[in-house]
Design a binder for this molecule. Structure first.
Ligand code: MN3
Length: 211
C-alpha cells in the first residue's frame, strides 16, 4: 500500500483569519507529506503481509511491526492517520456547534456544549510538548476526551477519533506563537461539525449493528 496525502477540500487561505495560509501550507505540503513519505519508505522494508494490512489495524496493534521499524511506523503512520482526519474535520467557518444526536450526546456526557469546550481546552492546554487532544468513541459507543503524545493515535487507546486538535507547534506557531489557548479558541470556528456528526453516526452504527 502506497499512502498519499489526501486532497484538501478548501484552499490554504480558506480558514483565515482563524488559521492563516502560511500555517496551512506548511502543515499540509511539508509536515503531512513528510510523514507519508517516511511511512511508505518504512513499510517497503516490512514483510508483505504487514504491508497489506489496513494502517488502522497496524497502528491499533503496533507490536506486529518488526522492532527496528516499530517506532518509525508508530510516528509516521500515526501522523498520517491523525492528519488525514485533521483535514477532514476542518472547513471554512459555517457552523458553531453540532446538531442532533451528536449534540445531545455531548450535552449528556459533559453537562452542556460550553462545558465540553472548556474541558477539551483544559486538557489540550495540559498536554505538555507535542501531541493531540481528541473527542473519541470507545467500543461501547461512549464518547470521551483523550489526549495522546507525539503522533500516537487514539486508536491505540481503543478510541475511534471524531475530532482532534493538533497541538504540535507547527500547527499554530506561525500564527499564534506561544499562545496555544488563542489557537484553541480560534480552532473552534473552523470545525466541520457535519463531518464530525457523520463519523459519530458511522461509528455508532458499527457498534449497534456489528457485521
Ligand atoms: Mn501536524
Amino acid at each position: 500500500m502506497n499512502y498519499k496525502v489526501p486532497n484538501l477540500r478548501f484552499t490554504c487561505n480558506a480558514l483565515e483569519p482563524f488559521l492563516n495560509e502560511h500555517t496551512l501550507q506548511y502543515h499540509y505540503q511539508h509536515h503531512h507529506q513528510d510523514y507519508v513519505t517516511r511511512l511508505n519508505d518504512l513499510l517497503e522494508l516490512c514483510p508483505t503481509q504487514i504491508r497489506n494490512k489496513p494502517l488502522e489495524d497496524i497502528i491499533a496493534d503496533i507490536s506486529v511491526i518488526p522492532g527496528e521499524y516499530r517506532q518509525g511506523i508508530r510516528n509516521y503512520g500515526g501522523g498520517h492517520l491523525n492528519h488525514s482526519l485533521w483535514w477532514q474535520i476542518l472547513s471554512p467557518p459555517h457552523t458553531t456547534h453540532p446538531q442532533g444526536e451528536l449534540l445531545k450526546t455531548i450535552n449528556f456526557a459533559f453537562g452542556g456544549f460550553d462545558n465540553f469546550k472548556a474541558i477539551f481546552k483544559r486538557i489540550a492546554l495540559e498536554r505538555f510538548g507535542s501531541g493531540w487532544t481528541w473527542l473519541g468513541m470507545d467500543h461501547l459507543g461512549k464518547i470521551d476526551i483523550t489526549s495522546t503524545p507525539n503522533e500516537d493515535s487514539p486508536i491505540m487507546l481503543g478510541f475511534r477519533p471524531l475530532l482532534g486538535i493538533d497541538l504540535w507547534e507547527h500547527a499554530y506557531y506561525l500564527n499564534y506563537q506561544h499562545r496555544r489557548g488563542d489557537y484553541i479558541n480560534a480552532w473552534w470556528h473552523v470545525i466541520d461539525w457535519s463531518r464530525v456528526s457523520q463519523l459519530f453516526d458511522m461509528y455508532r452504527e458499527t457498534i449497534l449493528h456489528p457485521k
